[in-house]
Design a protein around this ligand. Structure first.
Ligand SMILES: C[S@@+](CC[C@H](N)C(=O)[O-])C[C@H]1O[C@@H](n2cnc3c(N)ncnc32)[C@H](O)[C@@H]1O
Length: 231
């Protein structure tokens, strides 16, 4: 095992998500059963040609990690038909929900991998395969003893760097001030990214508000947006 592979393996040792009560609604279950074969790519422990799963494999490929209920994913995919999107999520009700949204909106540029995104990036996605990564409102793990479960850590960002082609972007949004500061610090410390804004930036016009964002605003949390480019 190379040094790099060891780093990635360590990254996946601590789960970044909580095993929430994950009961699907009857509609979500129906959509899951009907539509998973059309839109889901099965997790596998080996490199996979993710692009081949799309109608137009030549389009830029953007990964969204932790899409929650998927409303944002579907809206962005509709607003940006010039890209393919692969959503990676472990939360079954959200996967069922997004499947239904994809069908009702007639979207053909989204696929889903229902698995831990860390493992997906470690094993399925090839080097320099991605043109962008969206991580909107990652689980904040606010207690200090849980900070090690936060997704944005040096080892994970190093893994991201290897999966992104040069010129690709990472778009992060959080409503947790100290997590936002941690994100800035981590990306400053890791080689291979530049921050064209020098700090936080404005919301991209194509990014709609998410339900977690509304909850954050209700708690008077400021929204922090971060845009990095792979160099
Ligand atoms: C706080 S929610 C935000 C959801 C959505 N992005 C939004 O803004 O509404 C974080 C989501 O990330 C997912 N998640 C956390 N770690 C993950 C991982 N390693 N792989 C896949 N999904 C993950 C959780 O299941 C959860 O749905």
């Amino acid at each position: 095992m190379s040094g790099d592979e060891r780093v990635y393996r360590n990254v996946g040792e601590i789960r970044t998500f909580a095993l929430r009560q994950a009961r699907m609604s009857p509609a979500q279950r129906r959509d899951y059963q009907r539509l998973a074969s059309r839109f889901c790519i099965a997790f596998q422990q080996a490199s996979c040609d993710v692009r081949a799963a799309f109608g137009d494999p030549g389009l830029p490929l953007i990964a969204e990690i932790g899409f929650g209920m998927g409303e944002t994913t579907a809206l962005i995919a509709a607003r940006r038909p010039e890209c393919n999107f692969v959503g990676i999520e472990v939360y079954k009700p959200g996967i069922g929900k997004l499947l239904g949204l994809l069908e009702s909106a007639g979207l053909t540029n989204v696929r889903i991998i229902a698995h831990d995104a860390v493992a997906v990036l470690q094993t399925m996605i090839a080097e320099q395969e991605l043109d962008g990564v969206h991580i909107f409102f990652p689980d904040p793990w606010p207690k200090k003893r849980h900070h090690k479960r936060r997704l944005i850590q040096p080892g994970f960002v190093e893994l991201l760097r290897r999966r992104l082609r040069r010129g690709a972007y990472v778009y992060l949004v959080t409503d947790w001030r100290d997590y936002a500061a941690q994100m800035l610090d981590v990306f400053q410390a890791v080689d291979g990214f530049r921050n064209p804004y020098g700090g936080f930036c404005d919301r991209r016009p194509w990014r709609p508000e998410t339900s977690f964002e509304r909850k954050g605003r209700d708690r008077a949390h400021a929204i922090h947006e971060l845009w990095l480019e792979r160099i």
